[in-house]
Write a protein that binds this ligand. Structure first.
Ligand SMILES: [Zn+2]
Ligand SMILES: [Zn+2]
Length: 269
């Protein structure tokens, strides 16, 4: 096992991944509709957050983690012309609502979009997009090829993906580790096994909603403590609410290796 991990690290070092933060906001996004707070009304560009998602590219192979309600706009904004697969963290609307828009890639490639998700989340996708799975389908409905995943490593193209199971209150969610990059959002509890899977990542993305505790999301202090324990080279906070405060002010008080992510941020791992 150790040898396998070592080999994988050697391989992953050779090819860097480009990661684009498509969205870094919580389920309502920031600004929140009709909210009069300072962050929503006076925030800078970095305070404007679409629903959380990242786009990963390595050697011309493109994947998204999640496809929330802003999926279409996010892909247009970043001029993304290719998408080979989508990994789903969990079936809440802010992570799957945009799936209908895979149609563009269905037309382009004349094939179904590969969507990797827990069996429970595949069921939810069948429910939410029932028209895409019905026996008599209208022309132009999205075409999904759903692939059930669990806690075991799986391959997407040339990428080896390690699932990072965690809890979102009582609901299981998955984060994903690809090479030296770990991405885990919408959690307030990470079991020891998953912490071990995240260990030695060069870059970790973790969620923090606001400064005060929350029943289903880490607050900022909790996320910082976990990141200090895992101590990657760099860490980024995502799934941020308007209640966290202004980006620039919160960023100033964080330990040097931890940053608030913001929409359109690009990093290489
Ligand atoms: Zn969410
Ligand atoms: Zn607000």
């Amino acid at each position: 096992m150790l040898r396998k991990t070592y080999l994988w690290h050697r391989i992953s070092e050779a090819r860097s991944m480009k990661i684009t933060f498509l969205g870094t906001g919580t389920s309502q996004g920031v600004p929140v509709i009709a909210c009069p707070c300072d962050v929503c009304t006076k925030g800078s560009k970095k305070d404007h957050r679409l629903r959380s998602s990242v786009h990963i590219e390595q050697d011309g192979f493109h994947i998204n983690i999640d496809a929330g309600p802003d999926f279409r706009y996010q892909l247009l904004r970043e001029n993304i012309k290719k998408l080979d697969a989508i990994l789903i963290t969990h079936c809440h609307k802010d992570h799957i609502a945009g799936l209908d828009d895979v149609r563009s890639f269905n037309y382009l490639y004349k094939k179904a979009m590969d969507v990797y998700a827990l069996p429970r989340d595949i069921e939810a996708i069948h429910r939410e997009f029932s028209y895409a799975f019905s026996e008599i389908r209208y022309r132009g409905t999205p075409d999904f090829h759903t692939v059930p995943i669990g806690h075991k490593n799986f391959r997407v193209g040339n990428l080896e993906v390690t699932p990072l199971p965690a809890l979102h209150m009582k609901m299981e969610v998955l984060g994903f580790r690809i090479g030296d990059f770990s991405y885990l959002t919408d959690t307030n509890y990470i079991p020891g096994d998953t912490l071990a899977r995240m260990m030695d990542s060069k870059v970790i993305v973790l969620n923090a909603l606001r400064k005060t505790p929350h029943p289903s999301h880490f607050c900022l202090n909790e996320a910082v403590k976990i990141l200090e324990f895992l101590r990657p080279e760099r860490a980024y906070i995502t799934h941020i609410s308007h209640l966290l405060g202004f980006h620039e002010e919160v960023e100033r008080d964080l330990p040097d290796f931890i940053h608030l992510a913001y929409d359109r941020l690009q990093i290489e791992v």
